[in-house]
Design a protein around this ligand. Structure first.
Ligand code: CP
Length: 354
């Protein structure tokens, strides 16, 4: 039984093994892998790809699926806590796949549940299943994950897919990152601290054009209106990066790939869709075998050689100590735990530095 909460918990070899299982399932479907198991998809936030591909993945490996796609149709409306929702669901399903609007909600659910939890995106924090399908696509298209130069473009502050992918890539050799964003929505310090500790080469820039020729993977993201506390800031940020045939074709490496977790708004012009660089629809389709592998692994039906990991020091607190307004600790009764990493203190749930 293995939960997937943060990509941080997985070693490079473990990631490669999961990708290998996904490739095997893509090439040799196994409709009986988790026959008679039940997967619960609890989506407290809108989704098209993640929910549908997890559902498709569950069906394709033999599971039945229950769940909801809108919290307004659940007892959350009557005031039920996330804790109680999870305690109920663990009696109805063998694995919980959850998307939630609060940072750290997945970690909290995993603490509460006695079945494995798969994080399908928690607030602005992490999106590990997206990361695994991003890596799967990079490996298939570039033939490697080592020695890749990636430019992350757009909303890097709130972009959970960016946070998870930068963390995952930093486990591989020879990585170089460009974080392309206006200062107000640049990559959070938690991520750059981790990169600094690992000696990863990265640069914060405001214009992708100056670095385009060096890039193997152009990772575009949407400016996420729903995450901005200040609407005027969103109005200033929206439309800041728009790529099109004019700005990309002939100005980048021949084999540069454009990835995007989707949905897109206007940041990738549709005139790029029929170019060899546009991989975002194939990337989304890869979500099915990758999520099959995750569910199979979570339920112990696929074997991965997990390395025993050293546990960081955890401190419990009576009062809330995390200052992140969107952290699950502001909404649920938790142990207000703090994790000590390299002498710095981070919220155990949302990962923000205390
Ligand atoms: N990439 C992604 O998470 O898409 P959805 O929000 O549609 O699930």
């Amino acid at each position: 039984m293995k939960s997937f909460i943060s990509i941080k918990e997985f070693t490079k070899n473990e990631i490669l093994e999961i990708l290998k299982r996904a490739k095997e399932l893509k090439e040799n479907p196994n409709p009986e892998l988790i026959k008679d198991k039940i997967a619960a998809t609890l989506f407290f936030e809108p989704s098209t790809r993640t929910r549908l591909s997890f559902t498709s993945a569950s069906f394709r490996i033999g599971a039945k699926v229950l769940g909801f796609d809108s919290p307004s149709a659940t007892s959350l409306k009557k005031g039920e806590s996330l804790r109680d929702t999870i305690k109920m669901t663990e009696g109805y399903a063998d694995v919980i796949i959850m998307r939630h609007l609060r940072d750290g909600a997945a970690k909290f659910a995993d603490d509460v549940a006695c079945v494995p939890v798969i994080n399908a995106g928690d607030g602005a924090n992490e999106h590990p299943s997206q990361t695994l399908l991003d890596l799967f696509t990079i490996q298939e298209e570039q033939g490697r994950i080592d020695n890749i130069t990636t430019a992350f473009v757009g909303d890097l502050k709130y972009g959970r897919t960016v946070h998870s992918l930068a963390r995952a890539l930093s486990k591989f050799e020879g990585q170089k990152f460009y974080f392309v964003a206006p200062e107000e929505i640049q990559i959070p310090d938690e991520i750059t601290h981790e990169l600094d500790a690992k000696g990863i080469e990265y640069k914060l820039v405001s214009d992708y054009k100056e670095i385009l020729k060096e890039v193997d993977v152009l990772y575009m993201t949407r400016i996420q209106k729903e995450r901005f506390e200040d609407e005027t800031l969103y109005e200033r940020m929206k439309g800041v990066y728009i790529i099109s045939k004019d700005t990309i074709v002939g100005k980048c490496k021949e084999n540069m790939i454009i990835l995007h977790p989707l949905p897109r708004v206007d940041e990738i012009d549709i005139d790029l869709d029929d170019t060899k660089h546009a991989l975002y629809f194939k990337q989304a389709k890869n979500g099915v075998p990758v999520r099959e592998a995750m569910i199979g692994t979570a339920l112990g039906k696929l074997s991965i050689n997990y390395k025993e990991k050293e546990q960081n020091e955890i401190i419990k607190n009576d009062e809330r100590v995390c200052t992140n307004h969107n952290c699950i600790t502001a909404f649920e009764r938790t142990d207000n735990k703090v994790e000590v990493i390299n002498g710095r203190k981070y919220c155990y749930y949302c990962g923000k530095e205390i």
